[in-house]
Design a protein around this ligand. Structure first.
Ligand SMILES: Cc1cc2nc3c(=O)[nH]c(=O)nc-3n(C[C@H](O)[C@H](O)[C@H](O)COP(=O)(O)OP(=O)(O)OC[C@H]3O[C@@H](n4cnc5c(N)ncnc54)[C@H](O)[C@@H]3O)c2cc1C
Length: 309
């Protein structure tokens, strides 16, 4: 892992920076590239603009590791309300939640019940329910919760991280259980004992697992294969693999983050129908934003430039 990435990921977990960095106006200006605003209305307006470009949306209210159960319950109620708001506007906008935002660290059973309520509401609204993947210490619990939810929430998927050594086996299990997968590279600082330390190894594992997800036997029971990446080299390689094996480009989806690779998002949307962006909003954006900077340390220059704007 590069030094810049290590430092930015360490900053993402620093409480002082979180409380003070977010008050700086130049940081707030810079974050707006990746975030349309802090309110659900900002998110829905952005989702409508994306829909006009032929790009679908997912939404996530920023927040993680909530320890106050009243706050966690308020997060659940917030998602229930926003699913209805999206439905009322006729938007194909899917919720994507973090279990620790629903109080997983404090009361796992209550977090499960909240996830169940959100998942059921999403399915009733004709939508789909996504569960994000957090640090490696949460993978076992997250997969257990998702497996349990699958019994009552038929339209459910989970993010799996290609940097983890275990992901190939986890993907096979999710496919067997009929749970959709959004394959991402992984955004947290992880030790080499659980994660591939080199980018080349992560990329190779991504392609390996992606091909398993694309195989006809995986897709036989309506399994939803989603590639959550901005890596055009990987997207092109997967398209070539799919084309060569008779797999249609509408049989799998590409999801990106709002504001990243906008040109590529438009290009993909023009040639296929199944491109979505994950739109994040809310006031708790500091750790999430630091992870975005860590993905591309050149973004720090962008923040620095906005200081002088
Ligand atoms: C829809 C979606 C959902 C996600 N959900 C999760 C999750 O649940 N858990 C999790 O751990 N991670 C999640 N991630 C983040 C993911 O793990 C990666 O950290 C992130 O996507 C960067 O990896 P990449 O695949 O784009 O490849 P990279 O090799 O990091 O990037 C490829 C190219 O994309 C561009 N790029 C990538 N990131 C940025 C950026 N921040 N700013 C500007 N350009 C950039 C650059 O041009 C870069 O060269 C999600 C990502 C997406 C797109």
């Amino acid at each position: 892992m590069s030094l810049a990435r290590t430092l930015l990921l360490a900053a993402s977990e620093n409480r002082w920076l979180r409380e003070n960095g977010t008050q700086l106006s130049f940081v707030r200006r810079a974050v707006s590239t990746f975030m349309p605003g802090e309110t659900p209305a900002d998110m829905l307006t952005a989702a409508e603009a994306q829909a006009r470009l032929g790009v679908g949306a997912l939404f996530t209210r920023l927040g993680e590791n909530v320890t106050d159960m009243r706050e966690a319950d308020a997060v659940r109620d917030h998602y229930l309300e926003v699913i209805s708001l999206a439905q009322a506007r006729g938007l194909a906008c899917e919720p994507s939640i973090k279990l620790t935002q629903l109080g997983l660290d404090v009361d796992p059973e209550a977090a499960y019940r909240s996830a169940l309520a959100i998942g059921r509401r999403a399915v009733e609204a004709g939508s789909y329910f996504w569960v994000d993947m957090e640090q490696s210490s949460y993978v076992d619990t997250t997969l257990e919760v998702v497996s349990r939810l699958r019994k009552d929430v038929p339209r459910i998927g989970v993010a799996l991280q290609a940097y983890l050594r275990r992901t190939e086996a986890d993907a096979a299990r999710m496919i067997r259980e009929g749970i959709g997968i959004r394959l991402v590279k992984g955004a947290y600082a992880e030790p080499a004992s659980v994660a591939f330390p080199d980018k080349a190894e992560v990329d190779a594992n991504y392609v390996k697992v992606a091909k398993v997800m694309m195989a006809p036997e995986s897709r036989a029971n309506g399994f939803r294969a989603v590639y959550g990446t901005h890596d055009t080299v990987i997207i092109n390689a997967l398209e070539r693999h799919g084309d060569a094996n008779g797999i249609g480009r509408t049989d799998y989806e590409i999801h990106m983050l709002y504001g990243i690779q906008r040109g590529e998002q438009r290009r993909l949307a023009e040639e296929r129908k199944n491109v979505r962006v994950l739109i994040a909003y809310g006031s708790y954006w500091f750790p999430w934003y630091m992870r975005r900077l860590a993905e591309r340390p050149a973004n720090v220059l962008f923040v620095a430039k906005s200081l002088f704007r």
